[in-house]
Ligand binder design. Structure first.
Ligand code: AP5
Length: 218
């Protein structure tokens, strides 16, 4: 069992690819952004603490994030971390949490993409706030505009996908999360994925990097 980490800037496709991996290969997704949005919607103390950071596009403090992830880490299924870790301190904490549970080192994949593609991806994104499923009005449209294919619920646009907040999130990524690429490369567990291609091509490259079997077409 090898856990996996999806790294990459906002809009690179982490959530999209996490969904593919979970549906096809039985990973359990731990997506810190989705968990935080659930806490905000539920009005929990954590949600209230995280609110202002998320509205600005800043990172929520490490200790809150690590405690939240620790509560999620149970069971034997392999885990796919989506949007976590995002700082060196979070990466070191994750290594310690996995080791304390007798799990091996997680494999890290960084979704690399030209910045010019990200804005279009984020501005055209629509999300089911209940399930976290994402669509794109041009690249991955729902069957009926504004309606989720699975549960028929309404799709919404995220408030942090406004152009000024997107630019700030990208700057935060470069300053605080990009150093993780070297962190994982130096321990020989990083694969670089070209995330600028169509969704299926990116999924194929990830599958090969994680040595997963080709999905059956039957
Ligand atoms: P989070 O929710 O994790 O947002 P993010 O990392 O900024 O990533 P996104 O969800 O914006 O993008 P994605 O890479 O998942 O792309 P997606 O698949 O949707 O975090 C939000 C906030 O929470 C943070 O700003 C921070 O405040 C806080 N937070 C979360 N985790 C934290 C942590 N660990 N520490 C501290 N704070 C934390 O795709 C984007 C769009 O493109 C979609 O419309 C999709 O359909 C489309 N698309 C995807 N792939 C392709 C493709 N190959 N071709 C064409 N279109 C595509």
């Amino acid at each position: 069992m090898t856990d996996a980490i999806l790294l990459g800037p906002p809009g690179a496709g982490k959530g999209t690819q996490a969904r593919v991996l979970c549906n096809r290969y039985g990973y359990r997704q731990i997506a810190t952004g989705d968990l935080l949005r659930e806490h905000r919607a539920g009005g929990t103390d954590l949600g209230k603490s995280a609110d202002a950071y998320m509205q600005r596009g800043d990172l929520v403090p490490d200790e809150l994030i690590v405690r939240m992830v620790e509560r999620e880490l149970s069971g034997d299924r392999r885990v796919l971390f989506d949007g976590f870790p995002r700082t060196i301190a979070q990466a070191e904490a994750l290594d310690a949490l996995l080791s304390a549970r007798g799990r091996g080192d997680a494999a890290a994949l960084v979704l690399e993409i030209d910045r010019s593609l990200l804005e279009e991806r984020l501005i055209g994104r629509w999300t089911n706030p209940r399930t976290g499923r994402v669509y794109h009005e041009k690249f991955a449209p729902p069957r009926v505009a504004g309606i989720d294919d699975d549960d028929g619920g309404p799709l919404v646009q995220r408030e942090d996908d406004r152009p000024d907040t997107v630019r700030h999130r990208l700057a935060v990524y470069e300053a605080q999360t990009r150093p993780l690429v070297d962190y994982y490369a130096s321990s020989g567990r990083l694969a670089k994925i070209d995330a600028g291609r169509p969704i299926d091509s990116v999924s194929k490259e990830i599958r090969e990097a994680l040595h997963l079997a080709e999905p059956s077409t039957a």
